[in-house]
Design a protein around this ligand. Structure first.
Ligand code: BGC
Length: 238
């Protein structure tokens, strides 16, 4: 193998996931997962990530998908983690903790980088604890879309209707009905060529065999980690 190995990290509201990838994005270690520590403060997460990284052998750089708004490595929001994240320079902190350069971007944006074709308008939504979204035009990212916090159906937001808590509270059937309605609305707003649905709950959508439009694809949550390679293919990251 030639070229740098990347430690790819996916920070979620429920779980922290990690894997080492070769330059082509093939796994070099087993993917590991632990529950997100609570309270999910910067200190608690950094300690957990540092400990996890120790079991992944050697790597030259780190990529992180983070569940909030991230600009140039600095976190602005983290709705499903902790208030202490606002203004936290996660790229710098990880670089200091792991001793290798680190890049951090919004988790849905990283997921998108791992699955898009780079043609036309491609929208990625992630269904997990929160609801994330990444928009790409001919492969170029419009970062930090934050669609999850936009209104959807009355007084609630996409995240309040399609996030994990909503699914648990209202049951899968109603959740699925709302999802189909959201897909229809999003297709009329963005006129996407392709919509990708990822995140931990994409699996459930697959199992439910919903009647999805033909330009909608379900993608494996592992893409959240594979996109980490792509973060290093531009001069500054996402
Ligand atoms: C956050 C997004 C994130 C999404 C999925 C939302 O609550 O605001 O930034 O992409 O959750 O984790």
């Amino acid at each position: 193998m030639t070229g740098p190995r990347t430690l790819a990290i996916d920070i979620g509201g429920t779980g922290l996931k990690m894997i080492v990838l070769d330059p082509q994005g093939s796994p070099l270690t087993e993917r590991t997962r632990i529950d997100t520590p609570r309270p999910a403060t910067p200190d608690a997460l950094l300690a957990a990530l540092t400990q996890m990284a120790a079991s992944h052998g050697d790597f030259e750089r780190t990529s992180v998908g983070f569940p909030g708004v991230v600009r140039r490595g600095v976190v602005y929001t983290a709705p499903n983690l902790d208030e202490g994240w606002s203004g936290f320079d996660l790229a710098q902190a990880l670089q200091d903790a792991l001793g290798r350069p680190a890049r951090v971007a919004n988790d849905a944006d990283v997921q998108g980088l791992g699955v898009i074709q780079g043609q036309g308008v491609e929208l990625v939504i992630t269904l997990g604890t929160g609801v994330g979204a990444g928009l790409f035009v001919d492969g170029r990212l419009v970062p930090n879309l934050e669609l999850g916090h936009h209104p959807f159906k009355g007084s609630k937001t996409y995240e309040q209707r399609l996030g994990k808590a909503a699914q648990e509270a209202r049951g899968k059937k109603k959740w699925a009905r709302d999802l189909l309605e959201a897909i229809d609305l999003l297709s009329r707003i963005f006129n996407f060529d392709t919509l990708y649905i990822g995140g931990g709950n994409a699996k459930k959508v697959e199992r439910m065999e919903l009647p999805l439009p033909e330009n909608v694809r379900l993608v494996d949550n592992v893409a959240g980690l594979l996109g980490g390679i792509k973060l290093w293919e531009t001069p500054t990251g996402a």
